[in-house]
Design a protein around this ligand. Structure first.
Ligand code: PRP
Ligand code: ZN
Length: 299
């Protein structure tokens, strides 16, 4: 298909962001068939194709203009950005939007019997990592001289193999560390998924689709916790009831046929509505309350 009209979105082939990324694109309205071991999925109802790749390769694919957009962790983006900078290359990818998924942290972890008080405890030690640039920046900030042992994977076993004293790796649940008798002692970067794109101009057709996708993704993020609430309220206590609605802007107020003293309130609450909220509203005179999930929102 024409390179200038079909949008290419690179996502992680298998890992913590794969399912979230596919779900997000599906919720944006994309229909596709995902065959086993397939590297490209063609969108059936949008000019958009999904590239399934290693997460570490996603910034490079955007940099090289192979992909227009990428969904990848801030950890990978930051490491690549620093790596390019160190080589005097201008990074050609920028974060368009942070997503509420794939939260994890890049941390220093040490063997159970290692005494860690502060970054100075790492002085003269060997630290195994797949994030040498982010780690290097952290060490420099704290004036620590240590040896960075760059590995491409299985960092958590490096101390047991005698290749390093401590490690610097991603931690999510912490299960990997526990299984390897390591403890997390310092967080050096908080991470989550993000969408990146190239700052280089793309064709107007693609630009238009990027814009539409971003609006849809923004809507998806916004509706996450949102609820639509309907209730009957005594006119006299309307102000009090409006104040009790969590995170709602300007609710719609409609007269209630046959009840001049009452109104119907329709409101979008940007926060979750709990039983306690409903009980508070009831105490303020509200009745016939209905709370509905919000599926889509477009502002
Ligand atoms: C990270 C990290 C650990 C694991 C930690 O790998 O290297 O192996 O996740 O997660 P846990 O705290 O929940 O046990 P990741 O899945 O990102 O794979 P990758 O580094 O190969 O991309
Ligand atoms: Zn990876």
């Amino acid at each position: 298909m024409d390179k200038h009209t079909r949008l290419k979105v690179a996502i992680q082939k298998s890992g913590r962001l794969t399912e979230h990324s596919l779900e997000l694109l599906t919720r944006c309205g994309l229909k596709f068939n995902r065959g086993k071991d397939q590297l490209i999925c063609h969108g059936e109802n949008m000019p958009l194709d999904i590239l399934l790749v290693r997460d570490d390769d996603i910034p490079d694919l955007v940099q090289q203009d192979v992909a227009d957009l990428g969904i990848v962790g801030i950890n990978v983006i930051e490491e690549k950005r620093l790596a390019f900078e160190a080589r005097g290359i201008q990074p050609l990818f920028e974060v368009l939007m942070r997503l509420d998924q794939g939260r994890c942290r890049l941390s220093i972890a040490v063997p159970d019997d290692f005494r860690y008080d502060n970054p100075q405890s790492l002085q003269g030690k060997r630290i195994a990592t797949t994030y040498p640039n982010i780690l290097g920046r952290f060490l420099k900030q704290h004036n620590v001289q240590a040896e960075i042992v760059t590995l491409s994977g299985a960092v958590e076993i490096a101390p047991r193999l005698g290749r390093a004293d401590v490690i610097c790796d991603l931690v999510s649940s912490g299960a990997t560390l526990t299984a390897n008798h390591l403890k997390e002692v310092a967080v050096i970067l908080e991470s989550q998924a993000a969408i990146i794109r190239t700052p280089v101009a793309v064709s107007p057709e693609k630009q238009d689709w990027i814009h539409r996708l971003m609006l849809r993704m923004d809507g998806i993020q916004q509706v996450k916790e949102s609820k639509y609430i309907l209730l009957h309220a005594p006119r006299a206590r309307l102000e009090e009831i409006k104040r009790l609605l969590p995170g709602s802007e300007s609710p719609t107020i409609i007269p209630l046929e046959g009840h001049p003293d009452k109104v119907v309130v329709h409101a979008v609450c940007r926060e979750n509505v709990f039983w306690e909220t409903l009980e508070g509203l009831k105490a303020a005179g509200a009745s016939s309350m209905l709370v509905l999930p919000v599926e889509k929102m477009l502002n």
